[in-house]
Design a protein around this ligand. Structure first.
Ligand code: ZN
Length: 211
């Protein structure tokens, strides 16, 4: 059916965008709402936020602030590497914590990935690629800017994480390899260290959604 190359490419470009207004949600049978989702073998949860898997969602993921909800399309994200799947979820979760700014949500997700041990430098490359390489639009920062932001956020998060784990008891030990930890931590609620680089496209809408 409709999920050809064109649709996939469009989704790849759009998943990080804000999609305000009605109509983006699937209208088929409402998916089950849960406390967490299983993505690429990892249980992902978002503090204070419910989750849904919806294969009819026309996007990788969205955040629905008014419903305290993150919706992920498992069929679409399954086409991406594991780290991208986790990042999509963390990014949407981030919107619930830091609002509609894409760059700040990216940074929040990056920090969470480092803290939870599923994001390393090679993962950043996959995530950057998933942005699709497009230029800035009315609702999207340019992919290149998002990628650069990711790198900055990663450096800050990684340094903070290393300091956090370098207690005297383990002072001589390197930072653990972020590989196979399976916890589903709730993530940090710390405020982003980055001022928003892009305007949030917030508009009054009864069913505001972010993706
Ligand atoms: Zn977003």
């Amino acid at each position: 059916m409709g999920v050809g190359l064109g649709v996939s490419a469009a989704v790849g470009l759009l998943w990080g965008a804000l999609t305000w207004g009605a109509g983006a949600m699937a209208q088929s049978a409402p998916p089950t709402t849960r406390d967490n989702v299983l993505l690429a073998g990892r249980t992902m949860s978002c503090s204070g936020v419910r989750t849904q898997l919806d294969a009819a969602l026309p996007n990788y993921g969205i955040a629905v602030p008014e419903q305290h909800l993150v919706v992920i399309n498992p069929r679409l994200v399954a086409q991406q590497p594991s780290v991208v799947q986790w990042f999509v979820f963390a990014h949407e979760c981030g919107h619930h914590h830091v609002g509609g700014n894409e760059m700040v949500a990216d940074c929040w997700a990056t920090r969470r990935g480092v803290a939870d041990g599923w994001l390393d430098k090679s993962g950043l490359k996959h995530i950057c690629r998933s942005f699709g390489g497009g230029p800035a639009t009315e609702t999207h920062p340019a992919a290149s800017n998002r990628c650069a932001n990711l790198d900055r956020c990663f450096e800050v998060a990684f340094a903070a994480h290393r300091n956090a784990v370098s207690s005297p008891a383990i002072a001589s030990v390197d930072v653990p390899e972020p590989s196979d930890r399976t916890d589903s931590a709730n993530g940090s609620d710390a405020v982003s260290a980055y001022a928003p680089d892009f305007e949030s496209r917030e508009r009054a809408s009864p069913t505001a959604q972010m993706d």
